[in-house]
Design a protein around this ligand. Structure first.
Ligand SMILES: NC(=O)c1ccc[n+]([C@@H]2O[C@H](COP(=O)([O-])OP(=O)(O)OC[C@H]3O[C@@H](n4cnc5c(N)ncnc54)[C@H](O)[C@@H]3O)[C@@H](O)[C@H]2O)c1
Length: 257
Protein backbone atom coordinates (compact mmCIF):
# COMPACT_ATOMS: atom_id res chain seq x y z
CA UNK A 1 0.00 0.00 0.00
CA UNK A 2 1.40 3.41 -0.89
CA UNK A 3 0.63 6.57 1.02
CA UNK A 4 0.36 10.10 -0.34
CA UNK A 5 0.49 12.79 2.33
CA UNK A 6 1.50 15.58 -0.06
CA UNK A 7 0.81 18.98 1.55
CA UNK A 8 -0.51 17.32 4.71
CA UNK A 9 0.57 18.80 8.02
CA UNK A 10 1.49 16.31 10.74
CA UNK A 11 2.55 16.60 14.40
CA UNK A 12 4.29 13.62 16.00
CA UNK A 13 4.92 13.80 19.74
CA UNK A 14 7.88 11.73 20.87
CA UNK A 15 9.10 11.94 17.29
CA UNK A 16 12.81 12.11 18.02
CA UNK A 17 13.51 8.38 18.18
CA UNK A 18 12.00 4.91 18.07
CA UNK A 19 8.49 4.45 16.69
CA UNK A 20 7.82 8.20 16.55
CA UNK A 21 10.99 8.81 14.54
CA UNK A 22 10.06 6.00 12.12
CA UNK A 23 6.62 7.59 11.69
CA UNK A 24 8.18 11.02 11.08
CA UNK A 25 10.45 9.56 8.38
CA UNK A 26 7.57 7.67 6.75
CA UNK A 27 5.34 10.78 6.68
CA UNK A 28 8.21 12.83 5.18
CA UNK A 29 8.79 10.13 2.53
CA UNK A 30 5.07 10.32 1.72
CA UNK A 31 5.31 14.07 1.03
CA UNK A 32 4.10 15.54 4.34
CA UNK A 33 5.45 18.42 6.35
CA UNK A 34 6.04 17.22 9.90
CA UNK A 35 6.39 18.97 13.25
CA UNK A 36 8.63 16.86 15.48
CA UNK A 37 8.22 16.94 19.25
CA UNK A 38 10.90 15.93 21.71
CA UNK A 39 10.80 16.63 25.44
CA UNK A 40 13.53 19.30 25.22
CA UNK A 41 14.61 21.80 22.60
CA UNK A 42 18.05 20.15 22.50
CA UNK A 43 16.73 16.62 21.81
CA UNK A 44 14.30 17.98 19.21
CA UNK A 45 16.93 19.99 17.32
CA UNK A 46 19.37 17.06 17.46
CA UNK A 47 16.79 14.83 15.75
CA UNK A 48 15.94 17.51 13.18
CA UNK A 49 19.60 17.77 12.16
CA UNK A 50 19.31 14.35 10.52
CA UNK A 51 15.85 14.83 8.96
CA UNK A 52 14.66 16.60 5.79
CA UNK A 53 14.01 20.35 5.88
CA UNK A 54 10.28 19.57 5.73
CA UNK A 55 10.60 18.63 9.42
CA UNK A 56 10.17 21.47 11.92
CA UNK A 57 10.57 21.66 15.71
CA UNK A 58 7.79 21.56 18.32
CA UNK A 59 9.60 20.82 21.61
CA UNK A 60 7.96 20.41 25.01
CA UNK A 61 7.08 18.03 27.82
CA UNK A 62 3.75 16.33 27.11
CA UNK A 63 3.39 15.56 30.83
CA UNK A 64 2.39 19.22 31.33
CA UNK A 65 -0.88 20.49 29.86
CA UNK A 66 0.68 23.94 29.33
CA UNK A 67 3.49 22.39 27.29
CA UNK A 68 0.96 20.43 25.21
CA UNK A 69 -0.56 23.76 24.19
CA UNK A 70 2.91 25.16 23.40
CA UNK A 71 3.80 22.07 21.32
CA UNK A 72 0.65 22.40 19.22
CA UNK A 73 1.12 26.19 18.91
CA UNK A 74 4.69 25.68 17.65
CA UNK A 75 3.47 23.14 15.09
CA UNK A 76 0.74 25.50 13.88
CA UNK A 77 3.17 28.43 13.67
CA UNK A 78 5.47 26.36 11.46
CA UNK A 79 2.94 24.39 9.41
CA UNK A 80 -0.01 26.81 9.23
CA UNK A 81 -2.52 24.14 10.30
CA UNK A 82 -2.79 20.48 11.24
CA UNK A 83 -4.17 17.43 9.45
CA UNK A 84 -2.87 14.62 11.68
CA UNK A 85 -1.80 14.40 15.31
CA UNK A 86 0.21 11.33 16.35
CA UNK A 87 0.41 11.01 20.14
CA UNK A 88 3.52 8.83 20.40
CA UNK A 89 5.48 10.19 23.39
CA UNK A 90 5.59 7.56 26.09
CA UNK A 91 7.56 5.81 28.78
CA UNK A 92 7.45 2.30 30.23
CA UNK A 93 8.47 2.30 33.86
CA UNK A 94 8.01 -1.16 35.30
CA UNK A 95 8.77 -3.17 38.41
CA UNK A 96 7.00 -5.21 41.07
CA UNK A 97 3.90 -3.52 42.43
CA UNK A 98 5.37 -3.14 45.94
CA UNK A 99 8.20 -1.02 44.55
CA UNK A 100 6.10 1.40 42.50
CA UNK A 101 6.27 4.94 43.87
CA UNK A 102 3.77 7.74 43.53
CA UNK A 103 6.31 9.46 41.30
CA UNK A 104 6.44 6.39 38.99
CA UNK A 105 2.65 6.37 38.78
CA UNK A 106 2.39 10.11 38.08
CA UNK A 107 5.15 10.04 35.47
CA UNK A 108 3.65 7.17 33.46
CA UNK A 109 0.08 8.44 33.64
CA UNK A 110 1.09 12.06 32.96
CA UNK A 111 3.17 11.26 29.88
CA UNK A 112 1.23 8.35 28.39
CA UNK A 113 -2.36 9.32 29.17
CA UNK A 114 -2.63 12.94 30.27
CA UNK A 115 -0.29 14.07 27.49
CA UNK A 116 -2.35 12.24 24.89
CA UNK A 117 -5.51 13.96 26.13
CA UNK A 118 -4.14 17.49 26.38
CA UNK A 119 -2.23 17.43 23.08
CA UNK A 120 -5.47 16.30 21.41
CA UNK A 121 -7.45 19.00 23.22
CA UNK A 122 -4.99 21.67 22.05
CA UNK A 123 -5.08 20.35 18.48
CA UNK A 124 -8.87 20.19 18.35
CA UNK A 125 -9.71 23.52 16.62
CA UNK A 126 -7.07 22.86 13.97
CA UNK A 127 -8.22 19.28 13.37
CA UNK A 128 -11.83 20.50 13.15
CA UNK A 129 -10.76 23.02 10.51
CA UNK A 130 -8.96 20.38 8.43
CA UNK A 131 -11.31 17.45 9.17
CA UNK A 132 -8.17 15.75 10.38
CA UNK A 133 -7.51 12.74 12.53
CA UNK A 134 -5.62 11.48 15.57
CA UNK A 135 -3.52 8.34 15.97
CA UNK A 136 -2.60 7.37 19.53
CA UNK A 137 0.13 4.97 20.62
CA UNK A 138 -1.44 2.45 22.95
CA UNK A 139 0.10 -1.02 23.34
CA UNK A 140 -0.71 -4.71 23.60
CA UNK A 141 -0.31 -3.85 27.30
CA UNK A 142 -3.42 -1.70 26.92
CA UNK A 143 -5.44 -4.78 25.92
CA UNK A 144 -4.03 -7.49 28.18
CA UNK A 145 -2.18 -7.47 31.49
CA UNK A 146 1.56 -7.94 31.83
CA UNK A 147 3.43 -8.94 35.01
CA UNK A 148 5.61 -6.15 36.41
CA UNK A 149 4.00 -3.52 34.18
CA UNK A 150 0.83 -2.66 36.09
CA UNK A 151 1.24 1.11 35.83
CA UNK A 152 2.13 0.97 32.14
CA UNK A 153 -0.84 -1.36 31.50
CA UNK A 154 -3.14 1.04 33.33
CA UNK A 155 -1.88 3.99 31.31
CA UNK A 156 -2.17 2.19 27.95
CA UNK A 157 -5.57 0.70 28.80
CA UNK A 158 -6.52 4.31 29.43
CA UNK A 159 -5.23 5.30 26.00
CA UNK A 160 -7.33 2.58 24.33
CA UNK A 161 -10.55 3.71 26.00
CA UNK A 162 -9.71 7.41 25.67
CA UNK A 163 -9.40 6.70 21.94
CA UNK A 164 -12.88 5.16 21.88
CA UNK A 165 -14.46 7.95 23.94
CA UNK A 166 -12.92 10.71 21.81
CA UNK A 167 -13.81 8.86 18.61
CA UNK A 168 -17.47 9.06 19.66
CA UNK A 169 -17.27 12.63 20.92
CA UNK A 170 -15.46 14.01 17.88
CA UNK A 171 -17.34 12.08 15.16
CA UNK A 172 -18.18 12.63 12.40
CA UNK A 173 -15.61 15.38 11.80
CA UNK A 174 -12.47 13.93 13.34
CA UNK A 175 -11.37 10.28 13.39
CA UNK A 176 -9.49 8.98 16.43
CA UNK A 177 -7.73 5.58 16.40
CA UNK A 178 -4.89 3.89 18.20
CA UNK A 179 -2.25 1.28 17.45
CA UNK A 180 -1.38 -1.49 19.91
CA UNK A 181 2.14 -2.74 19.22
CA UNK A 182 3.79 -5.71 20.86
CA UNK A 183 7.53 -5.56 21.58
CA UNK A 184 9.31 -3.20 19.18
CA UNK A 185 13.06 -2.80 18.72
CA UNK A 186 13.52 0.72 20.14
CA UNK A 187 15.38 2.19 23.11
CA UNK A 188 12.36 1.35 25.28
CA UNK A 189 12.96 -2.37 24.71
CA UNK A 190 16.53 -2.74 23.37
CA UNK A 191 18.28 -0.34 25.75
CA UNK A 192 16.01 -0.44 28.80
CA UNK A 193 14.98 -4.12 28.86
CA UNK A 194 17.25 -6.32 26.73
CA UNK A 195 20.64 -4.64 27.20
CA UNK A 196 19.83 -3.76 30.83
CA UNK A 197 19.24 -7.42 31.75
CA UNK A 198 21.83 -9.85 33.14
CA UNK A 199 21.56 -12.04 30.06
CA UNK A 200 20.58 -9.95 27.01
CA UNK A 201 20.52 -12.88 24.55
CA UNK A 202 18.14 -14.91 26.70
CA UNK A 203 15.97 -11.87 27.40
CA UNK A 204 15.73 -11.02 23.71
CA UNK A 205 14.79 -14.61 22.86
CA UNK A 206 12.14 -14.63 25.60
CA UNK A 207 10.59 -11.41 24.32
CA UNK A 208 10.63 -12.67 20.74
CA UNK A 209 9.12 -16.03 21.70
CA UNK A 210 6.32 -14.39 23.68
CA UNK A 211 4.72 -13.53 20.31
CA UNK A 212 3.23 -16.31 18.16
CA UNK A 213 5.16 -14.88 15.19
CA UNK A 214 8.34 -15.36 17.27
CA UNK A 215 10.06 -12.02 16.83
CA UNK A 216 10.24 -8.41 17.94
CA UNK A 217 8.84 -5.80 15.54
CA UNK A 218 10.82 -3.14 13.71
CA UNK A 219 9.70 0.48 14.33
CA UNK A 220 8.89 0.86 10.62
CA UNK A 221 6.26 -1.88 10.92
CA UNK A 222 4.41 0.22 13.49
CA UNK A 223 4.92 3.39 11.43
CA UNK A 224 3.16 1.70 8.48
CA UNK A 225 0.10 1.10 10.65
CA UNK A 226 0.17 4.69 11.91
CA UNK A 227 0.25 6.02 8.35
CA UNK A 228 -2.53 3.65 7.35
CA UNK A 229 -4.83 4.89 10.13
CA UNK A 230 -3.93 8.51 9.36
CA UNK A 231 -4.63 8.06 5.64
CA UNK A 232 -7.82 8.06 3.59
CA UNK A 233 -7.44 4.29 3.23
CA UNK A 234 -8.80 4.16 6.81
CA UNK A 235 -11.54 6.76 6.26
CA UNK A 236 -14.26 4.47 7.71
CA UNK A 237 -12.23 3.67 10.82
CA UNK A 238 -12.63 5.48 14.10
CA UNK A 239 -12.37 4.25 17.68
CA UNK A 240 -10.25 1.30 16.53
CA UNK A 241 -7.42 -0.31 18.49
CA UNK A 242 -5.25 -1.88 15.78
CA UNK A 243 -3.02 -4.70 17.03
CA UNK A 244 0.44 -5.04 15.48
CA UNK A 245 1.79 -7.56 17.94
CA UNK A 246 2.72 -10.76 16.12
CA UNK A 247 -0.40 -12.39 17.55
CA UNK A 248 0.33 -11.71 21.22
CA UNK A 249 -3.22 -10.62 22.02
CA UNK A 250 -4.92 -13.22 19.79
CA UNK A 251 -5.35 -15.69 22.67
CA UNK A 252 -3.51 -18.39 24.57
CA UNK A 253 -0.28 -19.62 22.97
CA UNK A 254 0.08 -23.26 21.85
CA UNK A 255 0.41 -25.42 24.99
CA UNK A 256 1.14 -28.84 23.43
CA UNK A 257 4.75 -29.56 22.42
N1 LIG B 1 8.84 -0.25 22.04
C1 LIG B 1 7.78 -1.01 22.32
O1 LIG B 1 7.91 -2.25 22.45
C2 LIG B 1 6.40 -0.42 22.41
C3 LIG B 1 5.31 -1.30 22.42
C4 LIG B 1 4.02 -0.79 22.53
C5 LIG B 1 3.83 0.57 22.59
N2 LIG B 1 4.90 1.43 22.58
C6 LIG B 1 4.63 2.85 22.68
O2 LIG B 1 5.14 3.52 21.54
C7 LIG B 1 5.52 4.85 21.90
C8 LIG B 1 6.94 5.09 21.45
O3 LIG B 1 7.78 4.18 22.14
P1 LIG B 1 9.25 3.82 21.64
O4 LIG B 1 9.40 2.36 21.79
O5 LIG B 1 9.54 4.46 20.35
O6 LIG B 1 10.07 4.48 22.84
P2 LIG B 1 11.40 5.34 22.87
O7 LIG B 1 11.82 5.36 24.27
O8 LIG B 1 12.35 4.86 21.83
O9 LIG B 1 10.87 6.78 22.41
C9 LIG B 1 9.97 7.49 23.22
C10 LIG B 1 9.79 8.87 22.68
O10 LIG B 1 8.94 9.60 23.57
C11 LIG B 1 9.59 10.81 23.92
N3 LIG B 1 9.17 11.25 25.25
C12 LIG B 1 9.26 10.59 26.43
N4 LIG B 1 8.80 11.36 27.43
C13 LIG B 1 8.38 12.52 26.86
C14 LIG B 1 7.79 13.70 27.36
N5 LIG B 1 7.54 13.85 28.67
N6 LIG B 1 7.50 14.70 26.49
C15 LIG B 1 7.75 14.57 25.16
N7 LIG B 1 8.32 13.46 24.63
C16 LIG B 1 8.62 12.46 25.47
C17 LIG B 1 11.07 10.49 23.85
O11 LIG B 1 11.83 11.66 23.74
C18 LIG B 1 11.11 9.63 22.59
O12 LIG B 1 11.10 10.44 21.43
C19 LIG B 1 5.31 4.95 23.41
O13 LIG B 1 4.07 5.56 23.66
C20 LIG B 1 5.30 3.52 23.85
O14 LIG B 1 4.62 3.33 25.05
C21 LIG B 1 6.19 0.96 22.47
Amino acid sequence: MTFDFTAKRILVTGGTRGIGRAAVEAFLDAGARVAVNGRTEASTLKALATLSTEAVPAPGDVAKAGDCRKIVAAAIAELGGLDVLVNCAGIANGGPMEEVTEEDWDQALDINLKGTFFCTQAALPHLRASKGNVVNLASDAGLIGEVGLAVYCASKGGVVNLTRALALELAPGIRVNCVCPGYVDTDMVRRDVIDASDDPATTEAALANSAPLRRIAEPQEIASAILYLASDHARFMTGSALQIDGGTTAGHPRTSP
